[in-house]
Design a protein around this ligand. Structure first.
Ligand code: ADP
Ligand code: MG
Length: 348
């Protein structure tokens, strides 16, 4: 179901992006990674180089996914197993920068993006690609984990040693791993000599360099209907990431239980249906989309300021669309949609 929905999002993105894509110098490839279809486009690259680069990044994506997986046995599960004890230990040098960046974004978000709530995510059954539980987790078990309040602040990193003051800390990088991976992949592409590229992971994407003469348009799914609500323009080196409550969910007595958890309550964040963020780096856009989704319509501007993101669209559970003025300039709503808009002050 999740894959189907993501395919749909991707198709919509491709349809709406096709206008900037009549360029015969574009090279396309697709592969599965990070639980989604990854669509790669290079511009003005020699065909041999493009084939080679695409094969390299497909393999990179697979190894990053394995390395950062919080549940399938691998380097991150090994770290999680040891974090239960207070003793410091050496972290795999490949994983250290990922964890440091996750911690940095967690602090900036005031803990609304919280990559240390792996236990809560598992309790809700959103920790693997299997279908979620379909029933609510035990109320007391949720309350106990919330009381233990695992956070990035509990983690101390010195040189390459890590330790946790809180035995409840368990890393789940799912809220930003796709973004961080795309940033890494873009560095890799540049080092291979590819300057102009778009890497699109199920509607979340980053573009570098030039991509045709026109800006790239990305379709944003309507959170409550089939099809797209709006399209958003991105230009230059930029990423666009969306977190929605329609990606993975189940219903209990008609109430939607989805995969973005408010670390303060231990329950799915109930104030937003979709948040889209445009930012230079994909890791920040991804983490911010998750954090702002949790923040909701009353708190998002403060969190966005602290995280240094300025181009935001948040749809609340009443269907009201909250945007920064910068985002408003880039959004084009589909004909026939006439949403209520609330435009914020500029954030910087
Ligand atoms: P998606 O992966 O669907 O694009 P997100 O980027 O919002 O959506 O990530 C959601 C995933 O992040 C969840 O499946 C879970 O693994 C993890 N997660 C859930 N709540 C939080 C949170 N408050 N902070 C950080 N990660 C979270
Ligand atoms: Mg995210």
């Amino acid at each position: 179901m999740m894959v189907v929905r993501r395919l749909l999002t991707l198709l919509l993105v491709l349809v709406s992006g096709a206008c900037s894509d009549h360029n015969s110098r574009a090279y396309h490839d697709q592969f599965f990674a990070f639980g989604t279809l990854i669509d790669v486009t290079f511009y003005d690259a020699a065909p041999d180089l493009a084939d080679q680069a695409s094969a390299i990044i497909a393999s990179d994506f697979h190894s990053l996914h394995r390395e950062w997986h919080a549940w399938q046995p691998g380097p991150l599960t090994a770290i999680n197993a040891r974090l239960v004890q207070p003793e410091a230990f050496t972290v795999d040098p490949d994983l250290l920068p990922v964890i440091q960046e996750a911690n940095r974004l967690a602090r900036l978000s005031g803990g609304l993006f919280n990559p240390t709530i792996g236990r809560l995510v598992a309790l809700w059954g959103f920790h693997d690609n299997a279908l979620p539980l379909g029933t609510l987790p035990d109320r007391e078990a949720v309350a106990a984990l919330v009381a233990q309040a695992p956070s990035a602040e509990d983690v101390v990193i010195r040189d390459s040693m890590i330790s946790s003051r809180n035995p409840a800390v368990q890393y789940d990088l799912g809220g930003f791993a796709k973004g961080y991976a795309i940033d890494r992949i873009m560095d890799r592409l540049r080092s291979l000599g590819i300057e102009n590229a778009i890497v699109n992971a199920g509607g979340d994407l980053r573009a570098i360099g030039r991509h045709g003469n026109r800006p790239w348009r990305v379709g944003i799914r309507h959170p409550r209907q089939e099809g797209i609500l709006a399209s958003i323009e991105i230009e230059g080196d930029a990423s666009i990431f969306t977190s929605g409550d329609y990606e993975r969910f189940f219903e209990v007595d008609g109430a939607r239980q989805h995969h973005i958890i408010d670390p303060r309550s231990g329950y799915p964040a109930a104030l937003s249906t979709s948040v889209t963020v445009i930012h230079g780096t994909a890791a920040t856009a991804d983490a911010a989309a998750t954090a702002l989704f949790v923040a909701g319509p009353a708190q998002w501007t403060g969190v966005a300021r602290r995280m240094g993101v300025e181009l935001i669209m948040l749809i609340d559970t009443d269907g009201i669309i909250h945007m920064t003025p910068g985002m408003q300039h880039r959004v084009r709503f589909e004909p026939g949609t006439n949403p209520e808009l609330k435009i914020s002050e500029p954030l910087s």
